[in-house]
Design a protein around this ligand. Sequence first.
Ligand SMILES: [Zn+2]
Length: 106
Amino acid sequence: MIYLLAFINIKLLQGYFVGRLLLILGILFLVWMGYRFLNKTWSARVKEVEQRERKKVQEQPKTVQQVKACAYCKTHIPEEEGIYQDDHFFCSYQHLDSYLEHKQSK
Ligand SMILES: [Zn+2]
C-alpha cells in the first residue's frame, strides 16, 4: 500500500514536473517567437531605411549632373530648363541672344 502511494506520489510529482517543464518550454517558445517576430520587423524596418538612404545617395549625383552653368550669367540651373546652342548652355533665350550679340559686337 505504501509502495502504491509512493508510486502515485512519484507519478504526481512527475506529472507536476512535466507540466512545469512544458510550461517553461511553452514560455521559452513564445519568447523565442516574439523575439523572431520583433527581429524580423526590426530588420525589415532597417532594410527599408537603408534602401531609402541608398535611393537618396543614388538620386543626389543625378541632380548634380543635371545642373549646368549658363554661358552668359554663369548661373547654375537644371539642364532640362536651359537651352543648348553651339555647345554652349544658356539659362534662357534672353541670355542666348545677349551672348550672341556680345559675341558679334567683339
Ligand atoms: Zn543666364
